[in-house]
Design a protein around this ligand. Structure first.
Ligand code: G1P
Length: 284
């Protein structure tokens, strides 16, 4: 299976940091966001990844390319472990790029992948979400796709004040944590939302979606919404993934995720905890 990672957005929620750098390259603790996402795809058995880029996204290509100058420098300095890590990034997967020439929304970004994907089912991983679990989130969606022979998307219950930020679904729970979806609405008002189950940025989709996207009119925010096209699929399932997901689409959640990841790293845990305890005391 191939994967598509849309990375064409302007990153306006992270300005000024994203003025001259793609938001996908902002680090979460010690790695650029997009590297976590690609590692999830690879851990799910995917080795062919198409990144949909736009203007000002060259750094993404550079990050996943070889850097002979840097490698030479690290070798000279005897930094062999770092050298291995750096080389491993460019060996992660076969990565392809296509440009979305005009910002017309997530649905349009995915539509740019139609020629690369062809008639096969494919995964979509949004860079605003990082997931962690014993079975990678995308892998668990592939399992559901294979079981029901239909598209599957990851969903998660969110508190009512966050409903307006997401695509929201409703459906019947047909087995534990699997819903047969009957409605999908992009960013509804909380009073009009069909439930509090939010689409959380992972999809395994039938290639039929491309024909639907072609005919999808602009929706929420005047953009072509993937959610609107999904609601015209004949069958689609929602899965509450058994693991954690981190929505890093706004700066506070991004910061919290960096702190949590740093606390989970043995190398930084003790020092960070000491620091956090101290500043909390000072601010009390
Ligand atoms: C996109 C999708 C939305 C989904 C969200 C998850 O919205 O359109 O349905 O819930 O990602 O992060 P965006 O965050 O790009 O506005």
């Amino acid at each position: 299976m191939k994967a598509v990672i849309p990375a064409a957005g302007l990153g306006t929620r992270f300005l000024p940091s994203t003025k001259a750098q793609p938001k996908e390259m902002l680090p979460v603790y010690d790695k650029p966001t997009i590297q976590y996402v690609i590692e999830e795809a690879v851990a799910s058995g995917i080795d062919d990844i198409l990144i949909v880029t736009g203007k000002g996204k060259r750094q993404i290509e550079d990050h996943f390319d070889r850097s002979f100058e840097l490698e030479h420098n690290l070798r000279e300095k005897g930094k062999i472990d770092t050298l291995k890590d750096v080389k491993a990034i460019s060996d992660l997967a076969d990565i392809y790029y296509v440009r979305q020439k005009k910002q017309k929304g997530l649905g349009d970004a995915i539509y740019q992948a139609r020629k690369h994907i062809g008639d096969e089912p494919f995964a979509v991983l949004l860079g605003d979400t990082i997931t962690k679990g014993d079975i990678p989130c995308t892998k668990s969606l592939i399992n559901i796709y294979n079981k029901y022979n239909a598209s599957a998307i990851a969903v998660e219950a969110v508190p009512s004040e966050k409903v307006e930020r997401y695509g929201i679904i409703s459906g019947n729970e047909i087995e534990k944590n699997v819903y047969k979806i009957d409605r999908l609405v992009e960013k509804p008002l909380v009073d009009e939302a069909p439930s509090n189950l939010a689409i959380m940025g992972r999809y395994v989709l039938d290639s039929d979606i491309f024909d639907l996207l072609k005919d999808t009119e602009p929706g929420f925010g005047g953009e072509i919404q993937l959610t609107d096209a999904l609601s015209n699929l004949s069958q689609i399932y929602g899965h509450i993934f058994n693991g954690s997901s981190y929505d890093i689409g706004n700066r506070f959640e991004w910061l919290k995720t960096s702190i949590e990841f740093a606390l989970n790293d043995d190398e930084s845990h003790d020092e960070l905890l000491k620091y956090l305890t101290e500043i909390c005391k000072c601010n009390h």
